[in-house]
Write a protein that binds this ligand. Structure first.
Ligand code: CIR
Length: 263
């Protein structure tokens, strides 16, 4: 099965990125570009066909393509990002995404960031963050009910997105930061807790069924204690440096849109 990863090169205006939960420190553009290249190459190495879109000068956060869309087997939902500076990023993903999926839309007054959406089987968890509202939750539910998905709203605290607090890493397991989300919501799954000294370590990118490695997790190099936990639990991990884009509150899931070719 072929896997496509849509990425976007980093905007030269990245230092004007939106920040919600961390203090602004200068982002070294060249270091960030280098780390983003490593990320794209890591995807290529595991057999993902990377489609790397050009940078958008006027959209500081546009490298974080995850927030523009949610890709399912049946369709892709074009979001309506919750920060005004990001709303029009979605227009720039339509051409590429429409080659792979039928497109459906979240519409005004709904707001939804892709980082707030986590799909496990037929369950779609949506983080009720400052970016995503109940109108969008209802719209998503109406759109996806026809494909038998169930949409579940989840409260968060002190973090940007749902996938800042929890990600699905395969084998019926989630990686979770209990300070930012109630772990009891995920009692149907095994839970691996991040190391408490690494609060941002719950964001891991699972790529399923790669030809070369089977299921594999892309994970930040610098969260070494949580990385060790994943490996000790038998997960197959490739680590990539992402600390420069972390200064823009970016992480590994937000830097790509993964699309599985539906046979
Ligand atoms: C923002 O605040 O929108 C960006 N600076 C970071 C977005 C990261 N997106 C994600 O984790 N899905």
């Amino acid at each position: 099965m072929s896997i496509i990863g849509i990425t976007r090169k980093i905007s030269p205006s990245i230092n004007k990125c939106k920040l919600s939960h961390i203090k602004r420190v200068p982002i070294n553009y060249n270091v960030a570009i280098n780390q983003h290249n490593i990320y794209e190459n890591a995807l290529r190495d595991i057999g993902v066909n990377v489609i790397s879109l050009p940078p958008l000068d006027d959209f500081p956060d546009s490298v974080f393509v995850e927030d523009c869309a949610i890709v399912f087997n049946e369709c892709a939902i074009i979001t309506r990002p919750g920060d005004i500076s990001r709303v029009d990023e979605t227009k720039h993903i339509l051409d590429e995404l429409s080659k792979h999926r039928k497109l459906l839309n979240i519409s005004d007054p709904g707001t939804l960031d892709g980082g707030d959406v986590m799909c496990i089987g037929k369950k779609i968890y949506v983080g009720m963050s400052n970016r995503s509202n109940t109108t969008a939750l209802q719209q998503l539910s109406n759109l996806m009910n026809m494909y038998d998905y169930k949409v579940i709203g989840v409260s968060l605290r002190e973090c940007l997105h749902l996938k800042s607090a929890v990600t699905y890493i395969g084998r019926n397991t989630v990686l979770l930061n209990p300070s930012w989300i109630n772990a009891s919501i995920f009692s149907d799954y095994n839970i691996i807790y991040i190391d408490p000294t690494e609060p941002h370590a719950a964001n891991a990118l699972l790529i399923k069924q790669t030809k070369k490695y089977g299921d594999i997790i892309i994970f930040p190099t610098n969260y070494i204690k949580t990385l060790a936990k994943l490996e000790n639990n038998g997960f197959n991990v490739i680590s990539v440096p992402i600390d420069e884009l972390a200064k823009a509150e970016g992480a590994v899931t937000c830097s790509s849109l993964i699309i599985r070719k539906v046979e």
